[in-house]
Design a protein around this ligand. Structure first.
Ligand code: ATP
Ligand code: MG
Length: 466
């Protein structure tokens, strides 16, 4: 028999047996007093009685002792079993230990509390572990962690995706086994050596990444490894380039008319003013250039207004037929100057939900381009069509057309196919950028189809309902 209960019962049995045997021997010593008067058979009977009595006494007192010990020692055995189960991290089924329920003594109670706390703590740990895992997996950046031994301890899905380790297990591999780009390997080695945070930018194929490596220091200042975080900053780098381009373009666009105004004003001041013919000529140029400046600045203001987050359209029901007629009216002077005609004969009324002021702006910009980039006496054809959920507007000219290679960049700010000619025609190169932004603000799309010397067609689709 194992356990405290078994050992106590064993010890008690031995002790009791020794006591009773001693008692038997002592009592047996009294028999010679009776021998003289007693006959031999009677003496044997006494001895048997004595032995039987002692055995009965042994059994009875053992039963009583066992019953008593069961109450005191058995719960301790049960607690021992429970405690060793807790120590092994097994779940405790309290219904298997009825005595612990029954004997709510301090020890059983304390053990129950400990078991409860441990269960709660490990449940919490489990939840936290899951939460951390989800967080690491779902973060938009790539994460890689090396342990103290220089092998990979943790890697998330984004990192695997970025560097093509989706089907390869890299946990447990060393830096050189993983086969990272050379710059990242060097960064990791540098962080190992210097124990400092290091950040670099690298290009992998078309994408740009910001890679940051830092040592992981535990609560007690001990070194646990290093962590590498990778962000895809391709879009950011592109935006930065666009911004630099934009600033360069704006400066250029503003400098050209200003240089010309300055030059003519200086010539006037240094004597040309005396000649009324020349000064009138120069002043007209200055006037024209300042008009250009005005135009560029106006267009820039419109564009920045449209691009601003929070830009809102004034939605109303818009009759596209009316809006198109108004736009044609606005460009009628230019049309007449070039003896051009507009062919617009809609068979029904086309209505959408939109901002009529902005839609006029779109149409005027496209019509002005059709006029500007066509020779005299040509025609512009306008068609409208009902699609299932959209209305398609086509503005088509018979103008100079655009080379296929130029089409992808056509809607960029300041982009002009023939810079010199477009500037001569007074263009700023912002017209189509404004068109695109305004159409997109309506959740529509704009496409261009063109053939040099044949003509250009702009297809604009507006959703009917917003
Ligand atoms: N209908 C067209 N036919 C031929 N080329 C066109 C046409 N529309 C636009 N383009 C080309 O696309 C370029 C960009 O047009 P966009 O309207 O953005 O600028 P712009 O006309 O030069 O200046 P503005 O801002 O004053 O309109 C033009 O410079 C021109 O070369
Ligand atoms: Mg234009």
């Amino acid at each position: 028999m194992k356990g405290l209960y078994g050992r106590l019962v064993g010890a008690y049995a031995i002790l009791l047996a020794m006591l009773l045997i001693g008692l038997g021997i002592v009592l047996g010593q009294f028999f010679p007093f009776f021998y003289k008067s007693l006959e031999a058979p009677t003496s044997t009977t006494y001895t048997i009685y004595l032995i039987v009595t002692l055995v009965i006494a042994f059994i009875l007192s053992m039963l009583i002792a066992m019953r008593m010990l069961l109450n005191y020692a058995k719960p301790i055995d049960d607690i021992t079993v429970v405690a060793s189960k807790i120590a092994e991290g097994e779940a405790v089924d309290w219904t298997h230990h009825p005595r612990l329920h029954y004997y709510e003594d301090d020890l059983a109670y304390a053990i129950k509390e400990i078991a409860g706390n441990i269960e709660e703590i490990s449940a919490k740990r489990g939840i936290e572990k899951d939460r951390l895992k989800t967080l690491i997996e779902s973060m938009g950046s790539g994460l890689l962690m090396f342990g103290r031994g220089g092998t990979v301890r943790l890697v998330n899905g984004m990192f695997r995706k970025t560097f093509g380790y989706e089907n390869v297990e890299i946990i447990g591999q060393t830096i050189s086994e993983v086969g990272l780009p050379h710059e990242i390997e060097k960064l990791i080695e540098d962080v190992f050596m210097t124990e400092q945070r290091i950040e670099i930018q690298i290009c992998v194929q078309e994408a740009t990444f910001s890679v940051s490596g830092a040592p992981v220091i535990g609560n007690h200042g001990n070194w646990l490894g290093i962590v590498v975080v990778i962000h895809d900053i391709t879009e950011l780098v592109h935006l930065e380039e666009v911004r630099k381009d934009f600033v360069a373009n704006v400066s250029h666009e503003l400098r050209t008319p200003i240089t010309s105004i300055k030059g003519f004003a200086e010539t006037l001041l240094s004597g040309a003013l005396e000649d009324p013919e020349v000064s009138r000529n120069f002043l007209e140029i200055i006037h024209k250039e300042s008009d250009r400046l005005h135009l560029v600045i106006d267009d820039l203001l419109i564009l920045s207004g449209v691009e601003r987050t929070g830009f809102k359209l004034n939605y109303t029901e818009v009759n596209l037929n009316h809006v198109m007629e108004e736009a044609i009216q606005l460009v009628s002077v230019a049309l007449e100057e070039k003896h051009m005609t507009v062919d617009f004969n809609p068979s029904t009324i086309y209505k959408i939900s939109g901002d009529s002021g902005r839609i006029i702006q779109i149409f005027v910009n496209l019509l002005s381009n059709a006029i500007t980039y066509s020779q005299e006496d040509k025609a512009i054809r306008i068609q409208m069509e009902n699609l299932p959920e959209e209305i398609l507007v086509i503005i088509e000219d018979e103008g100079i057309g655009i080379e296929a290679t130029e089409l992808p960049r056509l809607f960029e700010r300041f982009y002009r196919v023939d810079r010199a000619r477009s500037r001569d025609s007074g263009g700023t190169g912002l017209g189509l950028a404004i068109v695109k932004h305004l159409v997109e603000a309506h959740e529509g799309t704009v496409e261009v189809y063109s053939k040099p010397s044949i003509g250009t067609a702009f297809y604009i689709k507006f959703p009917i309902e917003q």
